[in-house]
Design a protein around this ligand. Structure first.
Ligand SMILES: [Zn+2]
Length: 119
């Protein structure tokens, strides 16, 4: 979606510090990290919020957690612990403006609040 920050990063129209990509998901570092490791893992498919998930999207959830575990190992936080967070909506930190950290959402048509492995 053309006005979506995350889609812009996925499509390389917007610069992002991408740390992982495959056919299903893309992961990049948060622009305002709230922990030493703060990575956003988003599906390539534009899904505005958790509330917009459809039955066919459920495999993406597994893909995101698979990548969260992989990145936790790569980033050296698998043994010490980390959180995997999903934000949905403005009150959960999903914002429309880049630079406000979590979610980058809050407007219709934006990407979902991503999963954040934070360690
Ligand atoms: Zn999007």
């Amino acid at each position: 979606m053309s006005d979506c920050l995350f889609c812009g990063i996925i499509d390389h129209r917007i610069k992002g510090d991408i740390v992982y990509r495959d056919d299903s998901v893309v992961a990049f570092r948060d622009i305002l990290p709230r922990a030493p490791v703060h990575i956003l893992i988003v599906p390539r498919k534009h899904i505005a919020t958790v509330m917009d998930l459809e039955p066919d999207d459920l495999g993406l959830i597994g893909d995101i957690f698979r990548v969260a575990a992989l990145l936790a190992r790569d980033e050296g936080i698998a043994g010490t612990g980390f959180r995997v967070v999903v934000n949905c909506g403005r009150n959960a930190g999903q914002r429309g403006r880049p630079g406000r950290s979590l979610g980058h959402n809050g407007k219709p048509g934006r990407h979902p609040g991503p999963l954040h492995p934070r360690g």
